[in-house]
Design a protein around this ligand. Sequence first.
Ligand SMILES: [Zn+2]
Length: 141
Amino acid sequence: MYRFSRAIYRELSSQIVEDRHGLDPRANHERVLRACEAAIERLATDRHYFAKPARTLFGDVRAYFPMASQPHVLRVIERYLGFADELLRRQPQNGYDIYGNPLQCRASTRKGTPCQRMPLPHNGYCPSHQHLADTEEQLAA
Ligand SMILES: [Zn+2]
């Protein structure tokens, strides 16, 4: 997955503004790379709760770019996070995320404990909790 964060970083790194008088002249490069990695990691492990990944990452890094570069920065971020999301959507559903953590339905049982059943890839709910996804879509619309 980190090839996506590295790709974002590579495309943008020449435009990162550094504080020439700072202690570490590469500090902002480091911050941008870390922010890209964090966004990809969250997309990979917590996609259904990560509502606007591109907007979130852009918000985290825009301060490190000149105003004139920011539209380009947003486009690059949207493009690569789109690729990453597409790939995650097509992951085979073997019950684990790409880091080997077991997948779980997003719903809670009536007792209030997390539902342990295997979720469907497109919305993160197990077959018996699909109605919650429909409700969510109606709220979003
Ligand atoms: Zn469930």
